[in-house]
Design a protein around this ligand. Structure first.
Ligand code: GLU
Length: 313
């Protein structure tokens, strides 16, 4: 079978198998997310050679939410380098909820990682720019370079989230009080909220994941988006903290670095091979899309993608 056909049959197999799954509930702490059609289900896969496969609602727009943390981390790494990110943000799982205030208190804002909100907002605060507009242009620009197309903020989600994100503002101010935020806390929280509200499709996210699988070079546009030396840093945080409190269970089952968002999207990276993205709004207790997890697990198994699955000589 050609590679394109192999990809397409794995993607179709996952879509068919889980199309009827009805577990999970839309996240409702951001009111606009609660309104999404829970039946939406899309999958996309992009190889490092640019070969593509997709199924279902792969071209439906939804908000990227926490998956944006991956690309803002990439931007922060480009801005200050990997040792500085390790020192200023951290790279350890906190063992606490993604928006935990306790985690900040326990460590005075240290020992975070860029995928829990305190660390993510700290990463956003590292983005360079003299003005808020310049910083936003950089954040938007890196997402667009990874996706290979222009992206827009979903204004309804942005407004809904801005109206209800007191907790993120509190996190930013508390981090600031421990000198673990590197720019104005309220400006930074607004930039962070905007990045979470970017509209993407599963097809976009698969290109973004494939760019990470391909040493930071977008396999569709051919553009080197970030220095390849930062890719293993990003994938390490995805492996240890990509799926909220279920990150360990995910790695145990699937073996691929991944990142999910409460909008229902998940990306996973098979290093050197391909990127996968799946999307369906209903999420489980941990905040991970039920169908997206199952779909990616199915595809990773079908394509033998677990890099830890060694065979004896
Ligand atoms: N914008 C959401 C928040 O910061 C992102 C949640 C998520 O996807 O984890 O609360």
């Amino acid at each position: 079978m050609s590679k394109t056909n192999l990809y397409q049959s794995a993607v179709d197999g996952a879509h068919k198998k889980y199309r009827a799954t009805r577990e999970g509930r839309n996240a409702d702490f951001i009111p606009a997310l609660a309104k999404m059609d829970p039946k939406l289900f899309g999958i996309a896969l992009v190889g490092v050679d640019g070969k593509r496969a997709k199924a279902g609602d792969a071209d439906t727009q939804f908000s990227i939410q926490s998956i944006s943390k991956v690309f803002t981390l990439a931007c922060a790494l480009q801005a200050v380098g990997d040792e500085a990110v390790l020192e200023m943000v951290g790279a350890d799982a906190t063992g606490q909820a993604f928006n935990s205030i306790m985690a900040i208190e326990q460590t005075k804002g240290k020992e975070m990682n860029a995928f829990v909100n305190p660390g993510a907002i700290a990463a956003t605060s590292l983005i360079k720019g003299k003005t808020k507009a310049e910083k936003w242009a950089r954040i938007l620009g890196i997402h667009e370079a990874f996706a290979g197309r222009k992206l827009k903020v979903n204004q309804e989600v942005y407004k809904s989230e801005t109206d209800t994100n007191e907790r993120n503002r509190a996190i930013a101010v508390l981090m600031h009080s421990y000198k673990r935020l590197y720019s104005d806390p309220l400006v930074t929280t607004d930039l962070y909220t905007r990045q979470c509200s970017l509209s993407v499709t599963a097809s976009d996210l698969a290109v973004m994941a494939a760019t990470l699988a391909n040493g930071g070079k977008n396999p569709v546009t051919g553009r080197q988006v970030i220095d390849h030396k930062y890719v293993p840093r990003i994938l390490s945080v995805m492996a240890t903290a990509g799926l909220y409190d279920d990150s360990g269970i995910w790695l145990y089952r699937v073996g691929l670095p991944a990142k999910s968002g409460v909008g229902g999207g998940i990306i996973a990276v098979a290093p050197g091979r391909f990127g996968i993205a799946a999307f369906s709004p209903p999420v489980d207790q941990a905040g991970n899309s039920v169908r997206a997890q199952k779909a990616i697990e199915h595809i990773a198994a079908a394509l033998g993608a677990n890099p830890y699955n060694t065979r004896p000589l």
